[in-house]
Design a protein around this ligand. Structure first.
Ligand SMILES: C[S@@+](CC[C@H](N)C(=O)[O-])C[C@H]1O[C@@H](n2cnc3c(N)ncnc32)[C@H](O)[C@@H]1O
Length: 215
């Protein structure tokens, strides 16, 4: 997805990021060359900060791709804390596992290959941090599923909620993107009126929703 901020501001924000190590740069390059959508580096930095701040014992990630955001979060985890991450596509799942080993975080990660819509329903754990980054048109469904697994006082973070800026103007996107955009609008509207959560939309990268479950 493209960033929603203008290029000049985006460039400036990127220039203020701490130096990424060789592995993260390599994963960014691979993702770009193979058209795999991953979080922007500044969103990776935000995830790392949030994990350091909230000190979760159990993280759930929906949508691993090749493990970039997983590594950003895992590097902030305390000793003994675990991150469960789910990816649908076997090839991406395999690459992610390789990247976890290279990053030295494999022991902190429980990686699951399969459809998160089914897997999440069968998870018995409760999580204090959930990162939602799978199919954008399924966010309303995933919000319901994830809300049940999120502990009171836990944080749900969702990426790409501004969808390239398309959520602002429903007339803008191509026909085939309309359903996804309508669903994302519903997701954001539902959050606004949901008494169980306090949320804030941060226009960083492609838009990040920070959703705190009252506890
Ligand atoms: C935006 S990418 C994830 C990027 C990753 N979080 C990162 O920033 O490094 C979304 C991923 O979700 C996966 N996905 C989509 N629907 C899924 C589902 N129902 N269950 C599991 N994974 C799914 C896609 O295959 C894709 O790799």
């Amino acid at each position: 997805m493209k960033d929603v901020l203008n290029d000049k501001l985006q460039y400036f924000l990127k220039s203020l990021l701490p130096e990424r190590d060789e592995l993260l740069l390599e994963v960014e390059k691979y993702a770009q060359e193979h058209h795999i959508s991953i979080v922007e580096a500044e969103v990776g930095q935000l995830l790392n900060l949030l994990v350091n701040l909230t000190k979760p014992n159990k993280i759930l990630e929906v949508g691993t791709a090749i493990g970039y955001s997983t590594i950003c979060m895992a590097r902030g985890l305390n000793c003994g804390a675990k991150l469960t991450t789910i990816e649908l596509l076997p090839r991406r799942f395999a690459l992610a596992q390789e990247n976890f080993a290279k990053a030295g975080v494999a022991d902190k990660i429980i990686a699951i290959n399969g459809d998160a819509k089914i897997i999440v329903k069968n998870l018995s754990d409760q999580f204090d941090f959930i990162f939602l980054d799978a199919a954008k048109g399924q966010y309303p469904e995933f919000l319901n599923l994830c809300a049940k697994l999120l502990k009171p006082g836990g944080l749900l973070v969702a990426d790409n909620v501004l969808l390239n800026g398309w959520v602002i103007d429903l007339n803008y996107p191509e026909r085939r993107k309309k359903t996804m955009v309508y669903r994302m609008r519903n997701f954001l509207e539902d959050l606004k009126d949901n008494p169980d959560f306090i949320n804030s939309i941060v226009p960083l990268g492609d838009g990040v929703a920070l959703i705190w479950k009252k506890g």
